[in-house]
Design a protein around this ligand. Structure first.
Ligand code: SAM
Length: 397
């Protein structure tokens, strides 16, 4: 049951907990855009949003957000928090399991915050409420929350004079289905593919409506195409390796068998991303979402020099592909591209970077008027030991 508070509990002031840091923030800006009154990142992993109306359907579309909490406000002691808890939790919660997840603060603050919350629950009249503790760290994970039917209180803000901020988790998406899409599909290809959660986030960043069409010119086993189809978006996949094309078709066939046929169409073809405009002929697409990653396999952290050489060599293919996809992108369309960020033996990072997107008729997507992001947006999760993922989002000028 993904709802921890009543499904119809409406709020326009929310705290989102994201899996991918700034990328989840960008996704929230892209999906909630017209309804946003404000959107900020008060600390790593937390996105604070004010909406102009209750938007449950849009909120549940966010793929890179794994908790959605209703904002309760600031507190600096038990009494202040008790007042806020009283407004949200009545007698029906008197025997409920509660938990606290603390973000953006050192782990050693956890015990103090948890005991303040427990004291506040008691003062609020929830004398028999039970407090669950995380197995490790400062966060009760989404699966634990769901399996133990807990009401999770999201806390962040670092104490001090301004106190902490609190939210009550309203919705936790069930990640089981996403995991099944990785495990059960006929060709999982873990060596190249990304998680459905990340693929869904990238598709959401493309800002498409149902019925529009997305192109992945390095489609591999088709993870991005599958997530697009599930959202009612049509898709075209291209890969230079005929075996990968077969795998993507098999995976999509399985998806449609499991989730039912889609109105939106799909097609996967063999072709070279650097001349994808020729493969597509007269067809035009509304967005491009792709992960080329064309790097040699590192067996140890490369030197800075080796990392730079690898990034430069890959950049040629990235630029050629971008030039070609630009020719098939409709006006206003977005290109969402994953780039490698290589960790070096010297302790630095070398990123494949697009220095002059304007030369290609593209500009960086920025969530104006909300805080800008620096590209590539780096991701701590979904990384290997040597290579992190970074993401660019461009718009056709
Ligand atoms: C990192 S994988 C993409 C993985 C994909 N996102 C998935 O989830 O399965 C990159 C793919 O690009 C393909 N590729 C490499 N060079 C290419 C080119 N010039 N044109 C088209 N595809 C290419 C490879 O065969 C590989 O399947």
């Amino acid at each position: 049951m993904p709802y921890l508070l009543p499904r119809n509990r409406a709020s326009t002031s929310l705290i989102l907990v994201g899996s991918f840091g700034r990328l989840s923030y960008l996704e929230a800006c892209s999906v909630l855009g017209p309804w946003l009154k404000s959107c900020t990142v008060p600390c790593e992993g937390i996105i604070a949003v004010e909406l102009s109306g209750h938007q449950p359907v849009r909120l549940q579309r966010l793929s890179g957000v794994y908790k959605i909490a209703i904002r309760l406000g600031a507190f600096s002691d038990e009494a202040e928090l008790a007042g806020k808890l009283r407004e949200t939790f009545d007698e029906a919660y008197s025997h409920a399991n509660f938990s606290v997840s603390l973000y953006g603060s050192p782990v050693d603050e956890y015990s103090g915050v948890a005991s303040t919350v427990l004291g506040a629950l008691r003062r609020a009249g929830l004398k028999k409420a039970n407090m669950l503790r995380p197995d490790r760290g400062s966060e009760l994970r989404a699966e634990q929350i769901l399996s133990r039917n807990a009401v999770d209180l999201v806390v962040f803000g670092g104490g001090g004079e301004e106190g902490y901020q609190a939210g009550a988790t309203w919705y936790v998406p069930d990640a089981k289905e996403m995991r099944l899409r990785t495990k059960e599909r006929p060709v999982p290809s873990p060596e190249i593919s990304m998680s459905p959660r990340l693929a869904g986030t990238l598709v959401n960043l493309a800002g498409l409506q149902e019925g529009q069409t997305l192109l992945d010119p390095f489609c591999g086993s088709g993870t991005i195409l599958m997530e697009a189809l599930l959202r009612g978006i049509g898709c075209i996949g291209v890969d230079s390796d005929p075996a990968r094309v077969r795998h993507a078709r098999q995976n999509i066939g399985w998806l449609l068998g499991k989730y039912g046929p889609r109105k939106a169409g799909w097609d996967v073809r063999t072709g070279d991303a650097r001349s994808v405009h020729e493969t597509l002929g007269a067809s035009r697409v509304d967005a491009v979402v792709t992960e080329p990653v064309l790097l040699p396999k590192f067996t140890a952290l490369p030197t800075k020099e080796r990392a730079e050489t690898a990034a430069e060599a890959a950049l040629d293919t990235y630029m050629a592909a971008l030039r070609s996809v630009r020719r098939v992108l409709k006006p206003g369309g977005r290109a969402v591209i994953v780039v490698p960020v290589i960790r070096t033996a010297e302790g630095g990072e070398i990123s494949l970077a697009f220095t002059d997107p304007q030369e290609l008729g593209l500009k960086e997507y920025q969530p104006d008027p909300w805080p800008r992001v620096g590209y590539p947006v780096r991701m701590a999760s979904e990384s290997t030991r040597w290579i992190r993922r970074g993401v660019y989002v461009f718009e056709v000028v």
